[in-house]
Design a protein around this ligand. Structure first.
Ligand SMILES: [Zn+2]
Length: 137
């Protein structure tokens, strides 16, 4: 991989890290407020149409699952930055081949090439499938 590509990817990862961690702290804020509000039962700030039973819990749930997603993305970005430093960046963890640059430009923290990613997703799908009788896994 060329030095200018590495520098560009690193910059991209750092920008993304900055953005996601900003989103994460905002989401954490929402989750905290929703938790406090649903715990205290205080609904005075909520417009009438939003004050349906369960809305607070729903918002809190939504914020928590979003936080989980953002935390995971941050971890993946950190991982990618570490791989950039130790020189294993851009190698597919599934098949050991180089991940094409055009894929890394779109998803700089990708760990798998498209083929392995698809195989992983299909594996996940088939295991959850109703018809998955695979006892040989
Ligand atoms: Zn692969």
């Amino acid at each position: 991989m060329e030095t200018k590509d590495i520098a560009a990817l690193k910059r991209r990862l750092l920008q993304r890290r900055h953005r996601v961690s900003g989103e994460l702290s905002r989401t954490a804020d929402v989750a905290r407020k929703e938790a406090v509000r649903s715990a205290s039962g205080e609904l005075s700030m909520v417009p009438d149409h939003m004050a349906d039973v369960g809305t607070d819990a729903f918002e809190e749930d939504l914020a928590l699952s979003l936080m989980e997603k953002e935390e995971k993305e941050l971890a993946e970005i950190d991982d990618a930055l570490a791989r950039l430093d130790d020189g294993t960046y851009g190698i597919c963890e599934g098949c050991g081949k180089r991940i094409p640059m055009r894929r890394l430009r779109v998803i700089p923290h990708a760990r798998l090439c498209i083929r392995c990613k698809r195989a992983e997703e299909e594996g996940e799908r088939s295991c959850r499938s109703l018809f998955c009788g695979s006892s040989n896994v």
